[in-house]
Design a protein around this ligand. Structure first.
Ligand SMILES: Cc1cc2nc3c(=O)[nH]c(=O)nc-3n(C[C@H](O)[C@H](O)[C@H](O)COP(=O)(O)OP(=O)(O)OC[C@H]3O[C@@H](n4cnc5c(N)ncnc54)[C@H](O)[C@@H]3O)c2cc1C
Length: 460
């Protein structure tokens, strides 16, 4: 069967973004609207965080969170657009109120990790601007000078990089802000069953993708379909093993107002051997009718997979795929015992004052890794008009303001040959199950004690 060309892209082309309330999807819609595209539709299972009374919280999607680390990076395409990313966080009216530049400590205690951090620090010293904002902290006293809240923490042997021009983004507020901007542009938004992707519509003659069918049977015609469905993508479209979805654990500690005041505006603290945490935020209606001061923290480990047989679009037989299981659809699911132990270690190590305090919430959040930790932003090789924009590799929220510019360039044929090569469809290269994160193989959730869950297989 001949593969037909796509229709020419014009400002009136119908563009459907699946996963349009997520990080890459909402960013893509924003950039397309700003470039003048007039017929943009976003589909998502859940709405923007502010719509949660209507559609529920999209709690396992990367974009749905109280805070995420924001800072410059050297890594791959994310590194190449890092100046745009940080500039938009600081100055763009959609983002600037949601970025908190409190600084960041990135530290380690093991010699091999310290050596890697030192290398990254030396790299930054060679950067024409960034060198001004970083400092090497080689002793406990130096660390405590920049992070006084670690005075009683177990940080003996820690060394690392202090970055003044970094901090955290109020993830849910920032994504909501994008949502409000998209409404002003007149973007059509469909959430719930009618926004949940079931399959693409393929022209039988040309094999071109000409739309999508939602779970409830609603059909959307399109000149371009963009799959920005994050960790769910490999179970929706056969990516031939290019992405493996994994989850990490988030836990919340509740503080009193007096305790929260003592931790106000502290820097983000990240230790790749332990985990990371952020300053407390006052969350309105954390429980119905009750506002709460919450510290969010995460452990660091290779992530958990959840392999099962699925037949995503494009596979002619069932294949093994790691399928997310969302906390939003399964709110009573627990966290594996060994994960809970690691989370307690984050508190004991970094926040010993709260070593005995119970978590008020813990849940899993899903990402999808590629073998080289680079994005997969490309047209489907068999189906012109169908684009994959995924492979976040666990580090893409920071690119909420900027990732959509790469999608827009891809659609407009403006990506450089070098960038196209890096982001291309590339099955069979490396092992995304064990993406350059180091450490042991990721464990599968199915085998882990303490992970209690029902039998309902709904993924999203
Ligand atoms: C614990 C944890 C901590 C993290 N911390 C950071 C950090 O500090 N800084 C950072 O930069 N990154 C961080 N990340 C990574 C970051 O969250 C992700 O890289 C990023 O959000 C991925 O964006 P995405 O658009 O690919 O996916 P998502 O933001 O997850 O969006 C995918 C969207 O697709 C929708 N969807 C799913 N299935 C369907 C369907 N069938 N039909 C329609 N829509 C569908 C979902 O509802 C969702 O809205 C963290 C991730 C985790 C898990």
């Amino acid at each position: 069967m001949a593969i037909g060309p796509t229709t020419p892209l014009t400002y009136d082309s119908k563009i459907v973004i699946v996963g349009g309330a997520g990080t890459i999807g909402s960013s893509t819609a924003l950039h397309l609207c700003r470039r003048g595209y007039k017929d943009v539709t976003i589909l998502d299972v859940y709405g923007f965080p502010a719509d949660q009374d209507k559609y529920g919280p999209s709690q396992s999607a990367g974009a749905s969170d109280i805070n995420k680390h924001i800072g410059a990076t050297n890594s791959g395409t994310r590194g190449e657009i890092t100046e745009l990313t940080m500039d938009m966080w600081r100055t763009d009216p959609v983002f600037k109120d949601h970025y908190h530049e409190v600084g960041e400590l990135s530290a380690a205690a093991e010699p091999a990790h310290i050596a890697e951090l030192r290398e990254s620090y030396e790299d930054q010293l060679r950067h024409p601007v960034r060198f001004k904002h970083v400092k090497w902290l080689g002793t406990r006293d130096e660390i405590v000078r920049y992070c006084p809240h670690l005075a009683n923490a177990q940080i003996d042997g820690w060394q690392g990089i202090w970055s003044a021009k970094a901090g955290w983004g109020a993830a849910n507020d920032a994504v909501d802000s994008v949502g409000r901007e998209l409404k002003k542009f007149g973007v059509r938004m469909v959430f719930g069953e009618s926004g949940t992707f079931d399959r693409p519509i393929i022209d039988p003659v040309t094999t071109r993708c000409i739309g999508v069918v939602a779970k409830d049977g609603t059909k959307y015609e399109a000149d371009r379909v963009i799959m920005a469905t994050g960790a769910w993508t490999p179970s929706l479209v056969d990516l031939q093993g290019q992405c493996v979805s994994k989850c990490w654990i988030v836990a919340h500690l509740e503080l009193t107002a007096e305790e929260a005041a003592r931790y106000k505006a502290i820097p983000v603290v990240y230790n790749e051997e332990v985990g990371f945490f952020f300053e407390p935020r006052l969350i309105k209606n954390y429980e119905p009718g009750k506002d709460s001061w919450i510290i969010k923290l995460c452990d660091e480990f290779p992530g958990y997979t959840r392999f099962m047989e699925r037949q995503p679009f494009g596979a002619d037989h069932p294949v093994k795929v790691s399928v997310p299981r969302s906390h939003s659809a399964h709110p009573t699911d627990t966290v594996p015992d060994e994960g809970m132990k690691r989370l307690r270690r984050v508190v004991e190590t970094m926040l010993p004052e709260f070593a005995q305090r119970k978590f008020v919430k813990s849940y899993m959040c899903w990402c999808t890794d590629t073998a080289d930790a680079e994005w997969l932003f490309c047209q489907h090789p068999q189906h012109p008009g169908l684009f994959l924009c995924t492979g976040d590799s666990g580090h893409t929220f920071v690119c909420l303001p900027s990732s959509g510019s790469v999608t827009a360039d891809l659609l407009e044929g403006k990506l450089s040959a070098e960038r196209m090569r890096k982001l291309a469809w590339r099955p069979g290269q490396g092992d995304p199950g064990h993406t350059g994160r180091g450490g042991p193989e990721p464990l599968d959730l199915g085998k882990l004690p303490g992970w209690t869950h029902g039998d309902d297989e709904r993924a999203e």
